[in-house]
Write a protein that binds this ligand. Structure first.
Ligand code: IVH
Length: 704
């Protein structure tokens, strides 16, 4: 009855109209209650447009609970009045429409606009943060634009919204709260561990998180300021804010310690002509997929305060700003099948096979489905039309089935009854199902991972060799590699004297790798390269890691309550393997790391989590980024080895330059990172200069 087109749902009759009104009201209510509606923005808008079209044709059939004309679809929106309405933005979709818009704005104010601020349109929720005498006072959602909901309870978990400003001023900062891609993936991991439903997309995640009051776990979001205005007690600041160009208001806010988009790849820039604006719009559009957070367009604002004042605002949107929309990152496609894949640790994960669909420049054919309970909860069926979300480096995901597009032909999704990899039983006692054989189920994958370049780095041990070893019964876990005998290897197909000797030598070298790599080789869930380095540097020996309880583990930077508990549980499971590694003479210490004091000793509370446990190292407290080709003493180091070096020397390695970066090591052919560091005033060092700084740590972690 209801067919979708790109622009509006087509409602054929009164029954379809009534069903659509009900669905839209339910979605609006759910969104404003929990931030988790089954409809994404675009689908909601399409439905709302369909409803409006039907009502235009049938004015006497309009239902009382129709969302048409009601802000926030008529859902409850909160009761804290905004001092100045929080408006929306009008949209343009092309260079031509943008040109028309600027011309009409310039006609209205009677002169050309001399500067345009071109900014990312952050894909989150608008909020107002009030500060009094430099102290955080209140966080309010946009609500219906006139009044919003008080969500101050959530402010402490919002990155970029300080409790204290750097000056004792009274003002309201407005901006967007969103989940960065990393916060989204992390938030979903925590939620699913707690048996909750994963967030459909980062925006829903941010909305739900802001409103949630009694969660047993903490999920972070990020604030980006895009404006500021005075409050009744602002005093002289009111005049200043009224006269400053928009771009300077943003710098002022950033100077107070509030997070803005400055320092990101899509930082606001000023453009003087329509052509310059368009060039920046194109640049932002092409950077979109690589950004660590979601944007749904570009906002262009007349920068001079006088232009804004004279242009004024309509009831819905200001006349001095416009949103240049980018294509949606959500599309509807069909769910064709569900595959069940067994991961390295024996986890059995469902994956959706989709009718390929183009989303923001890439073709999406698969999407994650998290776990079986999630499939049941969403009542997904094979053949369903599903809303798929794909943005940045987020793994494509199914947000929800589009229920009103069901034809009745859809069929239930069958769950596996035994491990799809080895046929063993399934342990379904937790949300994530697991083969009862755990890691042994995917022995080839776990051994290959352990032997990989960033772990034990055993040259000559590719997957084919590992398969031979496993199939020949020579290896039942990666500790067995260390007790392989020459005759056993020689007996394998295509293993001559030379390759055997080379492999044995490589295994010998692997035995002396630093603890961080040995620990990483264990493949404990949630501990990749950099987390393994942090753990190894903090505890210095495997004994101490294994003996640590969840509370102690949380002293390592980046390990929260959930991860700590999961790591402790997994290490208990891995104890026999670790014992075998020790017995085989594998190194279990981290060079250069000092163990933390025993619990209960005097200095314990002051211990740092950088593995130095207090002693100052050349990079202590510094965040270091490496770019370009290394030279001199650093020439042969891979990026991973450079990061290891940075961390041995007490620093934190990062891959992107921001205002929090302390140092950029820039070799030859350093590109945009160098320019960005220079723009931000970040210190830049040549590889040779850096090698001098950390010389003492060069080679410390590498055995030979
Ligand atoms: S200025 C009075 N700047 O987009 C003008 N808004 O679709 C207020 N948004 O409600 C908005 N990024 O929540 C502005 N750089 C940006 C923005 C931005 C995202 C949101 C904002 C607004 C919505 C309109």
């Amino acid at each position: 009855m209801v067919a979708m087109t790109n622009s509006a749902a087509v409602l054929a009759d009164a029954a379809a109209y009534a069903a659509a009104v009900e669905e839209a009201s339910r979605a609006a209510a759910a969104y404003y209650a929990t931030g988790e509606s089954a409809l994404d923005d675009e689908a909601y808008d399409r439905l709302a447009r369909g409803i409006a079209a039907y009502e235009a044709d049938h004015p006497d059939e309009v239902l009382a609970d129709s969302p048409t004309g009601k802000v926030a679809g008529g859902a409850a929106v909160g009761d804290v009045p905004h001092t100045v309405p929080m408006l929306s933005l009008d949209n343009v979709f092309s260079a031509e429409q943008f040109g028309t818009w600027t011309a009409s704005l310039e006609r209205r104010i009677g002169r050309p606009v001399t500067a345009w601020s071109v900014e990312p349109k952050l894909d989150g929720l608008a909020v107002a943060a009030r500060y009094r005498d430099g102290r955080f006072e209140r966080l309010i959602t946009r609500g219906d634009g006139q009044a919003g909901e008080d969500v101050s309870h959530a402010a402490a978990a919002v990155v970029g919204l300080p409790q204290r400003l750097s000056a004792p001023v009274t003002l309201e900062v407005r901006g967007e709260i969103l989940m960065t891609n990393e916060q989204f993936e992390q938030g979903n991991a925590i939620r699913t561990e707690h048996g909750g439903a994963p967030f459909a997309n980062p925006r829903n995640g941010a909305a739900g998180t802001l409103r949630a009051k009694d969660r047993a776990y903490r999920v972070e979001t990020t604030f980006f300021a895009y404006g500021a205005l005075p409050l009744p007690d602002s005093g002289a600041l009111a005049q200043t804010l009224a006269e400053l160009p928009h771009s300077e208001v943003l710098s002022y806010v950033a100077g107070l310690g509030v997070h803005t988009a400055a320092g990101t790849d899509v930082a606001p820039v000023l453009a003087t002509t329509v052509e310059e604006v368009q060039a920046r719009v194109d640049a932002i559009a092409s950077l979109r997929a690589a950004l660590p957070f979601g944007i749904d367009g570009i906002v262009i604002k007349a920068d001079p305060a006088a232009d804004q004042r004279e242009a004024g605002s309509g009831t819905r949107a200001p006349r001095w700003a416009i949103a240049y929309k980018l294509p949606a990152v959500e599309k509807i496609t069909r769910l064709l099948a569900v595959e069940w894949n067994v991961g390295r640790t024996g986890i059995i994960a469902p994956r959706a096979v989709l009718e390929p669909v183009e989303i923001d420049g890439s073709t999406v054919g698969y999407a994650t489905l998290h776990n079986p309970a999630d499939i049941t909860r969403r009542d997904l069926r094979l053949g369903d039309q599903v809303m798929v979300y794909k943005a940045g480096d987020i793994i494509p995901r199914i947000e929800a089935p589009v229920v009103h597009l069901r034809t009745g032909e859809e069929t239930p999704i069958a769950f596996p009854e035994s491990c799809p990899q080895c046929g063993s039983d399934i342990d379904a006692s937790e949300q994530r199902w697991r083969c009862v054989r755990g890691r042994s189920c995917r022995l080839v994958a776990s051994v290959s991972y352990a032997a990989g370049r960033d772990q034990l780095d055993i040259e000559g041990l590719g997957t084919t060799r590992v398969v031979q070893l496993v199939e020949g019964g020579l290896v039942a876990d990666f500790a067995d590699l260390f007790t392989l005998e020459r005759a056993q290897l020689l007996a394998l197909d295509r293993m001559g004297e030379t390759s055997t000797d080379n492999l044995l030598a490589a295994i010998g070298t692997a035995r002396t790798r630093p603890l961080s790599r040995v620990f990483c080789a264990l493949g404990v869930r949630g501990t990749g390269r950099s987390m393994s380095r942090r753990i190894a540097r903090y505890f210095a020996t495997m004994d101490r890691i294994v003996a640590a309880d969840a509370e102690t583990l949380q002293r390592v930077d980046g390990i929260g309550k959930e991860k700590a508990a999961a790591v402790v549980a997994e290490l208990a499971e891995l104890a026999p393997l670790i014992d075998k590694l020790v017995a085989a003479g594998v190194n279990m210490t981290e060079p250069g790391a000092t163990p933390p004091p025993e619990p209960g000793t005097e200095n314990e509370a002051g211990a740092a989590d950088d593995g130095t446990n207090g002693a100052a190292l050349p990079l202590t407290g510094m965040t270091v980024v490496v770019t370009g080709a290394m030279s001199g003493a650093l020439e042969k180091l891979s990026r991973n080895q450079m990061n290891e070096l940075i961390e041995r020397a007490g620093g934190r390695a990062s891959s992107s330059v921001s205002k929090r970066t302390s140092l950029l090591v820039a070799g030859e052919k350093a590109g945009s990172k160098r320019t960005k560091a220079e723009d931000l005033g970040v210190r830049v060092a040549e590889p040779e200069e850096f090698a001098e700084l950390v010389g003492a740590f060069l080679g410390a972690g590498e055995e030979s």
